[in-house]
Design a protein around this ligand. Structure first.
Ligand code: ADP
Length: 547
């Protein structure tokens, strides 16, 4: 082999974006919404605090490879931890604040977290669990909060003040290897125990570089990114790291995630980019429809986590001049792996929207393929489906200290558990998660497509479709829907609406009119709970209908 002569040993670590924040973009801002209004800090000031935090981590005994947990909302201090912890060679472990107590205990003990940084507003949730954590020696409370509620607790600002700054000379960050672990995030454990995905400096560096591509999030120094997707879930889609690298402003809503404060924050701070799940976008749309509020600064919003209804994107564009693009990914893929940006050919016609509503092209450096049950590869014809498998430098190669996930890998490819087709433009379309597929009379019905078509009905607010056992067909779709108050349509009306839109044998023969579709800890429809209610005969509002 004739080796290239480039500086291939320049490490792709988060110390580089940290340095860029300091030297290239000291004036970029971190904006946090708090109880007492907006708090702003420039990247220059934030870097000084990150240096002090880095020094403080040393004083707490944190060493390279140690896991440092956070239990926090999206705010400036959480961002400081996002940078400081990996840059000293430790591992930032973001805990999902909405998990059940037993899952949190399992995760903290499995990760062997030594220090936990907790928002004062969340102490009430964490404190009762502290006795169950085996490895935690120190808690650091961020913002106002009762330190006495936790054993061995310190205040964040005290810690930083004591860590000093310039008088001791600039903080010397250690030299790191790009393959070194930088962050840890557990999947929400829909089957079995949650599993840890251990990101490296290299994987986060490359994934955040992808966030700057115009065919992906397109984050630049001219953007302001409103991060609604939680920083405790899958690196907040890489937006904080991407903003550090690009020099984009960060707008962080802390715990104010309802439509009203979000809409007001958008109107006041004029973010250009926002990332969040469809359920929150849907709430925001309803609010913006009903109130006089200007959210049109959002020219480049990203939505994902579950399928994004086409109507939601169209309504945002037509009524509020807001562009919402769809991304697909998983905790295991850092998470962004595909992005839907169809070519702009002028008018946004039906063909354009059909592509926009798909999950999009695999990002550069992400390889994708579809595999059938017998191992055959599915052609990219836009209709044949198979399990989506992906490979790439920001896709996990295994789970942290856990052998039980080995069946998720197929010769080095990650089996995503998503059923999809890929068309001749290389646009992926997820038709279902394997475990949500409805198998009726030997054929598959896509719950995702039925949901999208139902949510396109003006009277439907939410729709989640699950399989109902059926003697004749094995399974039939049961549509759980939330209707708008005072809605005119009933079950028959909804079937009529679907009649021209889906195959005849997909037409549901039963609905459940529910007051709300239960959500998971990250705001996705929780079909597990709906299935459980169905099996216990506890699903409300069931109505049979002749298709
Ligand atoms: P969880 O397993 O708890 O849902 P993840 O956030 O890792 O946690 O979920 C990844 C899954 O979310 C994907 O495998 C896919 O099923 C679903 N998903 C993510 N984005 C989309 C999207 N744009 N369209 C459809 N499904 C999506």
């Amino acid at each position: 082999m004739l080796e290239g002569l480039m500086q291939d040993d320049f490490p792709l670590t988060l110390q580089h974006p940290l340095e860029r924040m300091r030297s290239c973009h000291p004036g970029a801002q971190v904006v946090t919404l708090t109880d007492s209004g907006i708090v702003r800090a420039g990247f220059g000031e934030v870097c000084e605090r990150i240096d002090r935090l880095a020094r403080a981590l040393g004083s707490l005994g944190v060493e390279q490879g140690d896991r440092v947990a956070t239990f926090a909302w999206n705010n400036q201090r959480h961002f400081e931890l996002y940078m400081a912890v990996p840059c000293v060679g430790a591992v930032l472990h973001t805990l999902n604040i909405r998990l059940f107590a037993e899952q949190l205990t399992y995760i903290v003990n499995h990760a062997q977290d030594g220090v936990v940084f907790v928002d004062g507003s969340l102490i009430g949730i964490l404190a009762p669990l502290a006795p169950t954590f085996e490895s935690v020696c120190t808690y650091v409370v961020m913002g106002e909060g009762d330190l006495d509620a936790l054993p061995n607790a310190l205040g964040y600002e005290d810690l930083l003040a004591r860590a000093g700054s310039d008088s001791e000379g600039p903080f010397q960050y250690p030299e790191l290897d790009e393959r070194q672990a930088a962050a840890l995030c557990y999947t929400s454990g829909t089957t079995g125990n949650p599993k840890g995905v251990l990101y490296s400096h290299r994987s986060i560096s490359l994934h955040s570089t992808a966030a700057l591509m115009t065919d992906a999030l397109g984050l630049s120094q001219h953007d302001r990114a409103l991060v609604v997707v939680p920083m405790f879930h899958a690196n907040a889609w890489g937006i904080p790291h991407g903003a550090a690298l690009a020099g984009a402003d960060l707008v962080l809503p802390d715990r104010f995630l309802q439509a009203e404060p979000l809409a007001k924050l958008i109107e006041a701070e004029r973010p250009t980019i926002m990332g969040c799940v469809p359920t929150i976008f849907a709430d925001l749309l309803r609010y913006a429809d009903e109130h006089d509020v200007d959210i049109s600064s959002l020219t480049n919003a990203a939505c994902g986590g579950s399928a994004v209804p086409e109507k939601l994107m169209r309504d945002f564009e037509e009524r509020h001049k807001v562009n919402v693009f769809q991304a697909w990914g998983m905790t295991e893929t850092s998470p962004v792996a595909s992005y839907s940006r169809p070519p702009e050919t002028g008018a946004h016609d039906d063909a354009y929207w059909t592509l926009r509503a798909k999950q999009g092209k695999p990002l550069p450096w992400v390889a994708a393929r579809l595999v059938e049950d017998d191992g055959a590869h599915t052609p990219w014809d836009g209709s044949s489906t198979g399990e989506l498998e992906v490979r790439g430098p920001w896709v996990t190669s295994g789970y942290y200290n856990d052998e039980s996930g080995e069946d998720r890998f197929d010769e080095g490819w990650l089996r995503t558990g998503d059923i999809a087709s890929i068309d001749e433009h290389a646009f992926i379309q997820i038709t279902d998660r394997a475990k949500d597929v409805i198998k009726s009379g030997g054929e598959w019905i896509s719950s995702v497509e039925l949901e999208n078509e139902l949510m396109a009905h003006p009277d439907v607010i939410e729709a989640a479709v699950i399989a109902k056992p059926d003697e004749k067909w094995a399974e039939r779709p049961l549509c759980c829907v939330v209707m708008r108050e005072g809605a005119a349509a009933d079950a028959e009306g909804l079937v009529e609406h679907l009649r021209d839109r889906v195959a005849k044998w997909w037409l549901p023969d039963e609905f459940a009119f529910v007051s709300e579709v239960p959500k998971t800890s990250v705001g996705k429809f929780d079909k597990k709970i709906l299935r459980k209610r169905l099996s216990e005969d506890a699903l409300e509002g069931r109505v049979k209908v002749r298709a």
